[in-house]
Design a protein around this ligand. Structure first.
Ligand code: ZN
Ligand code: ZN
Length: 256
């Protein structure tokens, strides 16, 4: 009975995801949903990650080349991608996904997919049958996920996979490949080194075989220092991944 109820609930949600008529941020009327999931006013407040970006992690920079964080210690992932800058309204929208509005993840996941297709140099590999992209969310611990009811990174990963497939790219997602085994402390006020220590040993590849030789798209909501993405990428590379790209909704810009 419980299972059936969950199944019905999922179906209702999937239907609503495609048949809304209001802005996912403010609730104003939107005529072309889901082509437009936000109203024009909310769209205009978004901070796109245009102009200069770090060649390595993808965050907004003021000069060409790599950012100061990557210069001092390059992250383990091959390259980072972020369509938005984690500032102002954009940051608050992304925080809402984590704090009770998982539907808002759809808008961001679709922009993340378009951004990745636009900027990833070997994207045609997933179109011509050469490879299937493996999309993996940065996991939460089981306890944390139960507490929150969902993991926003999983919401992104599932939607990104679906959108890629709709557009003709071979992609799959695996929610059990990477696991978080240790609770980490909130990182808000930590330095890069503290964050690195905090996440060290927190993640483990549960399905090593599934990693071998694969191009992996690691997905999370925000890139701050890159310590979490770097730690996960290190584990995935150790399990035999060929390449690990890191795609986030928004990245904190380079601090000058
Ligand atoms: Zn709106
Ligand atoms: Zn960088």
């Amino acid at each position: 009975m419980k299972k059936l109820f969950a199944k019905i609930q999922r179906k209702i949600r999937a239907y609503a995801d495609e048949h809304g008529f209001t802005c996912d941020v403010c609730g104003a009327e939107v005529f072309e949903y889901p082509k437009h999931r936000l109203c024009k006013t909310c769209e205009s407040t978004l901070f796109w990650n245009d102009n200069r970006r770090c060649d390595q992690c993808g965050r907004k920079t003021s000069a060409d080349g790599v950012c100061l964080t990557c210069k001092s210690k390059p992250p383990a992932f091959t390259r980072g991608f972020a369509p938005f800058v984690y500032r102002g309204d954009t940051a608050s929208y992304i925080n809402r996904i984590k704090n009770g509005n998982p539907r808002l993840a759809l808008f961001f996941a679709e922009r993340m997919t378009e951004w990745f297709i636009e900027l990833y140099p070997n994207i045609e590999n997933f179109q011509n049958g050469a490879e299937t992209l493996l999309v993996v969310a940065v996991p939460l611990t089981k306890e944390k996920e139960r507490e929150r009811g969902y993991n926003q990174a999983v919401e992104f990963a599932e939607r990104i996979t679906l959108t890629l497939r709709k557009l003709g790219y071979a992609a799959e997602t695996d929610g059990e490949l990477l696991v978080k085994t240790k609770e980490t402390l909130p990182q808000k006020r930590m330095t890069y080194r503290e964050r690195q220590e905090n996440v060290s040993g927190a993640y483990r590849v549960h399905k090593r075989k599934a990693c071998r030789g694969r191009t992996i798209l690691l997905v999370d909501d925000v890139l701050t220092t890159g310590a979490t993405g770097g730690e996960c990428a290190e584990r995935l590379f150790a399990a035999g991944a060929k390449e690990v790209c890191f795609l986030v909704a928004a990245a904190v810009p380079e601090q000058n």
